[in-house]
Design a protein around this ligand. Structure first.
Ligand SMILES: Cc1cc2nc3c(=O)[nH]c(=O)nc-3n(C[C@H](O)[C@H](O)[C@H](O)COP(=O)(O)OP(=O)(O)OC[C@H]3O[C@@H](n4cnc5c(N)ncnc54)[C@H](O)[C@@H]3O)c2cc1C
Ligand SMILES: NC(=O)c1ccc[n+]([C@@H]2O[C@H](COP(=O)([O-])OP(=O)(O)OC[C@H]3O[C@@H](n4cnc5c(N)ncnc54)[C@H](O)[C@@H]3O)[C@@H](O)[C@H]2O)c1
Ligand code: SF4
Ligand code: FES
Length: 809
C-alpha cells in the first residue's frame, strides 16, 4: 500500500480523504497531522456556537471513531514543520519523521492580525478556531465591551454572537460600506440599519492604529486620533493562508500554495487543497470551492479520470438571525452590464441582477432570497436569458415555501451550495439507496453537512420523493448529542425497556462515548428520566443547566436574580412590603417589573440568596427554569367592562396547579377575559381567551425571537374543562417533545391536527391527566428545602463555590 500523509486535519483536507475513501479503501495507508487538538470539526458552525445555537460536541464532523474505522492514523496537536521533498519525508514539531509516497497539504489559514502596536495584548483575538471561540465566551462572562474590527462576514457573525453573549458591541470598519465585497451600497445600508436595530454600533471608515492598555486591552486608537474603550477586541479583517512550512520546504508559494487544475504543487507527489491553496491566482475562503478542489484532488491521487478544477463562482449568505441576504458573482454595474433592480423600501427588499451579453454575471439579494437557488443556477450554468423578461427572471418558480417549491425545481437546481449537491442527486440517492432520513441523505450526498442552511429543502425533497412512505418523525432522526448515536426516541425507549433509572446508568448501559456526558445530554437525560419515572425518580440536580441547579438566573456579572411567584400577576400589600424590605436590606441594585407581571430583584450576591428567600417567605417564580414560568392575566370580568370571564381566577388556578412542573422547555401562559386580549394570550405557549359561554384555548404561540401566533386548539365551556384540556396538552408535550423544544417548534414538528386528534379522545385525556397529577405530587418548594439544608447551602451558595455549566435560555 502507498503511504499517504495529509497535513492539516480541517474541513477541506478531511473531505478530500473522504472522497479518496469513496473511490478506494485499500490503496493508501493514511496518516493525518492536525495542529489543533480535536478531530475534524465544522468551523462554519463556530459562529453558531458563539451565537448560542449549538455546542462544541455538536460540530464534530468526523469523530475519532471515524478515523479508527477507516484505519487512519491521526496525530492531533502535532504540526508538520518541514518537508524533505527529495527524500519524501515530513518532520513534525514533536520530532517525528514520516515517509510519504503522496502528500496533501491542507493547512487552511490563520486570521489576519493587524500588525499594529498592542495587537499582542491579552483580550485581542482572531476568530478562527475553537480556542478563539472559548476565549470570547469566557471574556463575555467577565467583561462588558467588545470591539470587532472588520465589517465582513466573519466580523458581523462574531458581533452578533457577542451581542447574544450580553456584551456591548462596536464594529469598526475600514470602508464606507459593510461587506463591501459582497454587497453594493444600497444592500449594505439596509444591512447596517438592521444590525443597528439588533444593537450593534458601527464606526465606519475608521483605521485602527494602536491597541491600548497595559497587559490587557483597554481601548483602540484610530488614525484620526479618536479612541474608544474595549475589554475584548476581535480582529475579523480577512485571512492569511497557512503556507509557511511549505514555503520553507521549497514549494512554490504566492498568496497561497500555487496549484494547477489538478491541485498539484510545484513539488512532485505533493498536492494542496483548501484555503492554503492558490488556484489561478485565487485563494478561496468558503467551503464550496474547497470541496470541489478536494474531489478533483481525490480523483487525481487515486489515478481515476477526473475533470480538471477550473475555479468556482461563489455564493454567500450571512449567518445572522433576522438578516436574509445572498450575493454571488459581480456586484457593481459598469458600461458592459445591464442591471435589473428592485428596491421595495416598504418591505425592506432589494434585488439586483447584473447581466452581460445575455448572461447573468452577478446577483445581490437583500430581504428576500427565495430566488437565490434559481438565480445562482442561471449564473453558474451560464443560462442565456435573451428570451426572458425582467419579470420572468425575477419571478419565483416557487412562492409557497412548501414542498411545491421543490416539486417545481429542475433536477439540476443546486440545493446544497456548500457541498454542490443538486436536487437530482438527492432524488437519485433516495431512490437508489432507499433512504428515509435526513441523516442518511446527508451521509450519502453530503447535502446539509456544512452550514446546514439547506436542510429544510433536503427534507422537502425527501418528503416529495417518498410520497406516502414518508414518515416525518423517522426522517428527522438525529442523535441526542455527540456522546451517542441514539436518537431521543431511541434513548427514551431504551430507558423504559431496560429499566434504567439514573443519568449515569443510562450513559453506561447505552455505551455513551463520553462517560461524563455533555451539557446537552445530561440535562436531557435528567428530564426524560423524571418524565418516565414520574414519582420515583430522584432528581439529579448536578445534571441540570446551571440556572436550574442554582434556582436563580445567573447574570452577566456573575450575580443572580430573585423573582418570587405572583400567581396570575396578582399581589398584596403585605408581599410588596416584604419585597421592598428585602431589596433595601440587601442593597439590591435593581428592582424591576418583569415581562411576566412580577417583581424581579436583580444583581443579588450568591451567598445572599438563601437568607433573602427565607425573609421573603414566598415561592420561587422559577424565572430560570424549563417549567411553567408565568401566567399573565388581564383584570377580566371582575373589573373590566368588556370581560366575559374571570381571567384572574383562571390564571391563578393554572399557575398554582402547574408551577414547578418540569417541561421540555419553558412554558408561558396568558389569560384574557375577552378577545381584546390584553394579556397577549395569542403569543404564549398556551393562551386562553374568554368568550361568551366559555374559553378558547390557543397553543404554540411564541413572542420571542421566532415570533409565532398561537393556533386555536379547541373551545371549552368552563374553567374545569380548561384545566382538564391544559393538563392533557401539557402532559402530551412533556411525553413527546425533545428536551429544549419549545411548544411552538414541537407543534410545527408533530402537527396541531395530530395533537387535536389525540386530545379529542376522552380516555386519552384522562390517562394523560392522571400521569400529570402523579407527577405534580413530587415537587417541593426549592428554597424551603435549601433554607433547611446546610448541605445544599454549602454546596451551591457558599461564597467560594463556582458554578459551571451551560445556561440555556
Ligand atoms: C467563524 C467562521 C464561520 C465561517 N462560516 C462559513 C460559512 O458560513 N460558509 C462557508 O462556506 N465558509 C465559512 N467559513 C470558512 C470555512 O470554515 C473555511 O473556508 C474552511 O474551514 C477552510 O477549510 P480548510 O481545510 O482549508 O482549513 P481549516 O478548516 O482551517 O483546516 C486547516 C487545519 O490545518 C491545521 N494546520 C495548519 N497548519 C498545520 C501544520 N503545519 N501541521 C498540522 N496541521 C496544521 C489547522 O490547525 C487547521 O485545523 C467560516 C469560517 C469561520 C472561521
Ligand atoms: N457566512 C459565511 O459565508 C462566512 C462567515 C464567516 C467567515 N467566512 C469566511 O471566513 C473568512 C474570513 O472572513 P472575514 O470577514 O474576516 O474576511 P473578509 O476578507 O471577507 O472581510 C474582511 C473585512 O474587513 C474589512 N477590513 C480590512 N481591514 C480592516 C481594518 N484595518 N479595519 C477595519 N476593517 C477592515 C474589509 O473591508 C472587509 O470588509 C472569509 O474567507 C470568509 O468568506 C464566511
Ligand atoms: S382582555 Fe378584555 S376583559 Fe381583559 S382587560 Fe382587556 S378588554 Fe378587559
Ligand atoms: S447549503 Fe450549506 S450545508 Fe447545504
Amino acid at each position: 500500500m502507498k503511504k499517504l500523509v495529509m497535513v492539516g486535519n480541517g474541513m477541506a483536507g478531511v473531505r478530500t480523504i473522504e472522497e479518496i475513501l469513496k473511490i478506494s479503501q485499500d490503496q493508501f495507508e493514511i496518516t493525518i497531522f492536525g495542529q489543533e487538538p480535536y478531530p475534524n470539526y465544522n468551523r462554519i458552525k463556530l459562529s453558531n456556537i458563539l451565537q448560542g445555537d449549538t455546542s462544541f460536541e455538536d460540530i464534530i464532523i468526523n469523530p475519532l471513531d471515524w478515523y479508527k474505522e477507516n484505519n487512519i492514523q491521526l496525530f492531533t496537536g502535532e504540526a508538520a514543520e518541514r518537508i524533505d521533498v527529495e527524500g519524501k519525508m515530513i518532520f513534525t514539531d514533536k520530532g517525528r519523521a514520516v515517509e510519504y509516497d503522496e502528500l496533501i497539504i491542507a493547512t487552511g489559514s490563520n486570521s489576519f492580525i493587524l500588525p499594529i502596536p498592542g495587537a499582542d495584548k491579552k483580550g485581542v483575538t482572531g476568530f478562527r478556531d475553537i480556542k478563539d471561540c472559548e476565549m470570547m465566551i469566557k471574556s463575555a462572562g467577565e467583561y462588558k465591551k467588545a470591539v470587532v474590527i472588520g465589517g465582513g462576514l466573519l466580523g458581523l457573525e462574531a458581533a452578533r454572537g457577542l451581542l447574544n453573549l450580553g456584551m456591548v458591541v462596536d464594529v469598526v470598519h475600514l470602508m464606507p460600506d459593510l461587506m463591501e465585497r459582497q454587497l453594493d451600497s444600497v444592500a449594505s445600508a439596509m444591512l447596517k440599519k438592521e444590525l443597528e436595530a439588533q444593537g450593534m454600533n458601527f464606526l465606519m471608515e475608521k483605521q485602527t492604529v494602536e491597541i491600548l492598555g497595559d497587559e490587557r486591552v483597554t481601548g483602540l486608537r484610530f488614525k484620526d486620533g479618536s479612541e474608544i474603550e474595549a475589554d475584548l477586541v476581535v480582529m475579523a479583517i480577512g485571512i492569511k493562508s497557512n503556507t509557511g512550512f511549505a514555503k520553507n520546504s521549497g514549494i512554490y508559494v504566492n498568496r497561497g500554495i500555487v496549484v494547477n487544475d489538478y491541485m498539484e504543487t510545484s513539488a512532485p507527489n505533493v498536492y494542496a487543497a483548501g484555503e492554503c491553496a492558490e488556484h489561478r491566482e485565487i485563494v478561496y475562503g468558503l467551503v464550496a470551492p474547497l470541496y470541489e478542489q478536494g474531489k478533483v484532488l481525490a480523483g487525481r491521487i487515486c489515478g481515476v479520470d477526473v475533470a480538471p478544477y477550473e475555479g468556482s463562482v461563489t455564493g454567500t449568505q450571512l449567518k445572522v438571525a433576522g438578516v436574509d441576504l445572498f450575493s454571488a458573482g459581480e456586484i457593481f454595474e459598469d458600461e458592459t452590464t445591464k442591471a435589473i433592480k428592485v428596491h421595495n423600501e416598504f418591505d425592506g427588499i432589494y434585488k439586483k441582477i447584473l447581466i452581460r451579453n445575455n448572461l447573468i454575471v452577478g446577483v445581490v439579494l437583500y430581504g428576500d432570497t427565495k430566488d437565490s437557488t434559481k438565480l445562482y443556477r442561471m449564473l453558474t450554468k451560464k443560462e442565456d436569458v435573451s428570451g426572458m423578461t425582467s419579470i420572468s427572471i425575477l419571478q419565483t418558480e416557487c412562492d409557497a415555501g412548501g414542498s411545491d417549491d421543490v416539486a417545481s425545481m429542475p433536477n439540476d437546481e443546486l440545493i446544497c451550495g456548500c457541498n454542490g449537491v443538486t436536487k437530482g442527486a438527492i432524488v437519485d440517492a433516495i431512490q437508489a439507496k432507499g433512504l428515509t432520513t435526513l441523516d442518511q441523505v446527508s451521509h450519502c450526498t453530503n447535502a446539509g453537512r456544512s452550514c446546514g442552511r439547506c436542510k429544510p429543502m433536503v427534507s422537502q425533497i425527501l418528503a416529495l420523493t417518498l410520497g406516502d412512505k414518508f414518515d416525518a418523525a423517522a426522517a428527522a432522526k438525529i442523535s441526542l448529542c455527540g456522546c451517542t448515536h441514539l436518537s431521543r426516541d431511541e434513548v427514551v425507549a431504551e430507558i423504559k425497556a431496560k429499566g434504567l433509572t439514573s443519568v449515569k446508568e443510562v450513559m453506561n448501559v447505552l455505551e455513551w462515548n463520553n462517560e461524563e456526558g455533555c451539557t446537552k445530554c445530561r440535562p436531557a437525560l435528567n428530564y426524560y428520566l423524571g418524565m418516565i419515572y414520574m414519582d420515583t425518580y430522584k432528581d439529579d440536580r448536578d445534571s441540570r443547566l446551571v440556572n436550574e441547579k442554582m434556582h436563580a438566573n445567573i447574570q452577566k456579572d456573575g450575580k443572580y436574580s430573585v423573582v418570587p411567584r405572583m400567581y396570575g400577576g396578582v399581589t398584596t400589600a403585605a408581599d410588596l412590603k416584604k419585597i421592598a424590605e428585602v431589596a433595601e436590606k440587601y442593597d439590591v441594585p435593581l428592582v424591576k417589573l418583569t415581562g411576566g407581571q412580577r417583581i424581579g430583584l436583580f444583581g443579588v450576591k450568591k451567598e445572599d440568596l438563601p437568607s433573602m428567600w427565607e425573609e421573603l417567605d414566598m415561592p420561587s417564580g422559577y424565572a430560570y427554569g424549563k417549567t411553567l414560568r408565568t401566567v399573565k392575566t388581564c383584570v377580566g370580568a371582575q373589573f373590566c367592562r368588556y370581560g366575559t370571564q374571570d381571567s384572574m381566577a383562571l390564571g391563578i388556578e393554572l399557575e398554582k396547579k402547574f408551577e414547578r412542573l418540569d417541561t421540555p422547555h419553558k412554558v408561558k401562559m396568558g389569560v384574557s377575559a375577552c378577545p381584546r386580549n390584553c394579556s397577549e394570550a395569542g403569543i404564549k405557549d398556551i393562551g386562553f381567551v374568554g368568550i361568551d359561554g366559555g374559553w378558547e384555548i390557543y397553543v404554540a404561540g411564541n413572542g420571542g425571537v421566532d415570533l409565532r401566533p398561537g393556533e386555536l386548539l379547541c373551545t371549552v365551556k368552563n374553567q374545569a374543562e380548561v384545566m382538564e384540556m391544559t393538563g392533557a396538552y401539557l402532559q402530551y408535550y412533556r411525553e413527546t417533545a425533545n428536551y429544549l423544544e419549545r411548544t411552538s417548534k414541537w407543534i410545527d414538528r408533530v402537527g396541531l391536527k395530530h395533537v387535536q386528534e389525540v386530545l379529542a379522545n376522552e380516555e386519552t385525556r384522562k390517562a394523560l391527566n392522571s400521569r400529570m397529577d402523579q407527577t405534580l405530587q413530587k415537587y417541593i418548594e426549592p428554597w424551603n428545602e435549601a433554607i433547611q439544608s446546610e448541605e445544599i447551602q454549602d454546596k451551591y451558595y457558599a461564597k467560594h463555590t463556582i458554578m459551571v455549566g451551560s445556561e440555556g435560555k
